[in-house]
Write a protein that binds this ligand. Structure first.
Ligand code: CMX
Length: 132
């Protein structure tokens, strides 16, 4: 498999509205816009940084993955997303190597990108997203 770059860093926040000021007013990033991804039970907000982005994640439902993360750990880095050249091939390769996957097949994430998650137990406690 070939990782091309860090696509984004996902940061779980209680509220995008209340949390985004530090990223824009203080750190000087540009707020590109937000999008709700119903399937993931999150609203995302993107702030480009060079070729990568910061993604703030606010939960839209108490039983969603980000709500559970916030309840357990509080606000903080939720996942790191790597852009890969061929997501299906990368997943097949990881499965073949016995790596614990959350998604064996790509699903659709923010911006209509194909995404899939690896289980944090397989990657030193860090939730890893692959996207294409
Ligand atoms: N980073 C690191 N570890 C995490 C984690 C995260 N983001 N989320 C959960 N975990 C850990 C928990 O701490 C827990 O560890 P322990 O067993 O040591 O206590 C373990 O994983 C299980 O966690 P849980 O709270 O019981 O939750 P679930 O097993 O129900 O779900 C996970 C965990 C990772 C499988 C689930 O959150 C998931 O499927 N995530 C992928 C989808 C997602 O996060 N979507 C939101 C972002 C969408 C986007 O960017 O578009």
């Amino acid at each position: 498999m070939k990782i091309v770059k860090i696509s984004h860093l996902g940061i779980a926040v209680n509220s995008i509205e209340q949390g985004k000021g530090i990223w824009t007013d203080v750190l000087g990033l540009h707020f590109e816009g937000s999008e709700t991804v119903a399937e993931q039970k999150v609203t995302t907000a993107f702030f480009p940084v060079g070729e990568s982005e910061v993604e703030l994640l606010e939960s839209t439902a108490p039983d969603g993955p980000v709500a559970k993360f916030l309840e357990k750990k509080g606000e903080g880095v939720h996942h790191v997303a790597f852009q890969v050249e061929n997501l299906e091939a990368a997943l097949a390769e990881l499965k073949e190597k016995g790596i614990k996957l959350i998604d064996e097949k790509p699903r659709l994430g923010a911006g209509g990108k194909k995404i899939a998650f690896l289980h944090p137990k397989a990657t030193n406690g860090v939730l890893v997203e692959l996207c294409e």
